[in-house]
Ligand binder design. Structure first.
Ligand code: NAD
Length: 508
């Protein structure tokens, strides 16, 4: 452990008072109907970060009613794209003006490095700008080829009231993958952030006010999953639920939403491989593998938590990844040099360790790390950068989301084997291929079952490019043009030009 690059606690300013989070309902900040609150402690620093209203069904009900009334009033759903875009652009500017404040709270609640929080918050502003551009340019279709006396027009209407349920790993980024797109389409919303990370969602609520968003268009309810998210998934006044989180909760939400047949969009987990062919640029691949497994402490749906390496180069790749892993800066999230921070909770740290212990019992070998670690001066929970080799495809560590800084190494000999191992998963979020041969890359990309395939890179993303999974990684797409489409209902208008309609009832 001494050979790792550990950043000890720094003397950074942590706010003396917790950030107070209230529900935002019908344009008012409200305490819970029950008057109860709950506290969030920092997973890295052990200090109190925020105190939030503890929501229950009564609060969710009030928020849903407010969103329904706002939608039906037309105050947002029927204004021009130009008016919507103007407000979305103002929000983007306000986010940029509040990066420091928001990034500090994001880091304290989630344990992620401050440099990453700053990049996520400022990057999210770009999602709002891109969505604003769509608000003005989206359109339906017209058909004037149906005959001389017919005109068909297909219009896109906002789907209505959208429930948004978000996770703790990228609280503000994931909200920004959904909210500006739903707003660009003209929807109204009820948002429930993770109980572990409510603050930046509440801060965004403040910025929406400042930007001039009409009351009731965006409502926020805080609290635990079943108590608040349950009603948000079943209520008759809700038209769609968009959820990002675990596959198990995604399935529960999908089942709950089926009682009213509302639309459900799901962004769920992943077990994403990077596949390295023998002719790959190994330096570059090893760096991307190191990034892919440790980014956000591996608590990332897109984590490349397994690599599938040609057996002729596996020793070289593992050796290089181990060397690079020792140079990655793990430690105090408030130090700007830190690249990897804390694990979200004590329970989650235990779950990560259980996967590693089980793999060792089943015959895998630890090439690096393999257990929790202490960061000098900090009380929170941290896990060592961990590389596990000799993993076989049936082990849980090769199939399930570990959601920690733990890499599993598998090997292949032929393209068919590499594709079979890639697709031998219930998930299908993303995959990567490393080769200098364009045919190898194209063949792998077309055969991999994944929503995104990266070639000679990992996790590059843009607001223009849609994101989502196949199989049990989810349904629907976020961001990009297709991300906007999710929030539309299609309406077809069929029009006759002139009195040319033949009567159906035969003349007497
Ligand atoms: P989670 O599923 O435990 O919780 C997500 C949200 O759902 C939280 O707000 C939670 O309060 C709420 N929730 C819990 N039970 C609920 C219920 N019965 N009804 C309604 N809402 C409920 O997930 P998490 O632990 O916060 O996040 C980690 C998971 O998210 C991982 O599996 C990860 O892969 C996934 N994730 C996916 C993506 C993606 O885009 N595909 C992105 C980030 C995270």
């Amino acid at each position: 452990m001494t050979e790792l690059n550990l950043i000890s606690a720094v003397d950074a300013a942590i706010p003396a008072e917790p950030f107070i989070c209230r529900h935002l309902i019908a344009g008012e900040w409200r305490d819970s109907a029950s008057g109860e609150t709950y506290d969030r402690m920092s997973p890295a620093h052990g200090c109190l970060v925020s105190r939030a209203a503890l929501g229950a069904e009564a609060d969710a009900e009030a928020a849903i009613v407010a969103a329904r009334e706002a939608f039906d009033s037309g105050v947002w759903s029927r204004v021009s794209g130009k008016e919507r875009a103007t407000i979305l652009l103002r929000v983007a500017d306000l986010i940029e003006g509040n990066v420091e404040r928001m990034a500090l709270l994001e880091t304290l609640e989630s344990g992620k490095p401050i440099s990453q929080s700053r990049a996520e918050v400022s990057g999210a502003a770009d999602l709002w700008r891109y969505a604003a551009s769509l608000a003005r340019t989206m359109h339906g279709d017209s058909h004037n080829t149906l005959g001389p006396d017919m005109l068909g027009v297909v219009v896109k209407d906002p789907i209505g009231v959208v429930s948004m349920i978000t996770p703790w790993n990228f609280p503000f980024w994931i909200l920004s993958q959904k909210l500006p797109f739903a707003l660009a389409a003209g929807c109204t919303t009820v948002i429930k952030p993770s109980e572990l990370t409510p603050s930046t969602t509440v801060m965004l609520g403040e910025l929406l006010f400042e930007a001039g968003m009409p009351a009731g268009v965006v409502n926020i309810v805080l609290g635990y999953g079943p108590a608040v998210g349950g009603l948000m998934s079943t209520h008759e006044a809700v038209d769609m639920v968009t959820f990002t989180g675990s596959t198990v909760v995604g399935k529960a939400i999908s089942a709950a939403a089926s009682s009213t047949l509302k639309k459900v969009a799901l962004e769920l987990g992943g077990k994403n491989p990077q596949v390295v062919f023998p002719d790959a640029d190994i330096e570059s691949a090893a760096d991307a593998i190191t990034f892919g497994v440790y980014f956000n402490t591996g608590q990332c749906c897109n984590s490349s938590s397994r690599i599938i390496v040609h057996e002729d180069i596996v020793d070289e790749v593992v050796e290089r990844v181990v060397e690079l892993s020792k140079r990655v800066a793990f430690g105090d999230p408030l130090d700007p040099r830190t690249q990897v921070g804390a694990i979200i909770s004590v329970q989650h740290q235990g779950k990560i360790d259980d996967y590693v212990r089980a793999a060792v019992t089943e015959g895998a070998e630890i090439a690096l790390g393999g257990g929790p670690m202490t960061v000098p001066g900090l009380e929170g929970q941290f896990y060592q950068p961990t590389v596990v080799r000799g993993v076989s495809p049936e082990m849980a560590i090769a199939r399930e989301e570990v959601f920690g800084p733990v890499l599993s190494v598998l090997t292949f000999r032929t393209m068919d084997e590499a594709v079979a191992l890639t697709n031998d998963a219930s998930y299908g979020l993303s995959a990567g291929v490393w080769s200098e041969n364009v045919h190898t890359c194209l063949e792998f990309s077309t055969r991999a079952q994944a929503g995104t395939v990266w070639t000679n890179t990992w996790m590059d993303g843009f607001p223009e490019l849609s994101f989502g999974g196949v199989k049990q990684s989810g349904q629907g797409r976020e961001i990009g043009r297709y991300g906007l489409e999710e929030f539309f209902e299609i309406k077809t208008l069929v029009m006759r030009i002139g009195r040319t309609r033949e009567p159906w009832v035969r003349p007497e």
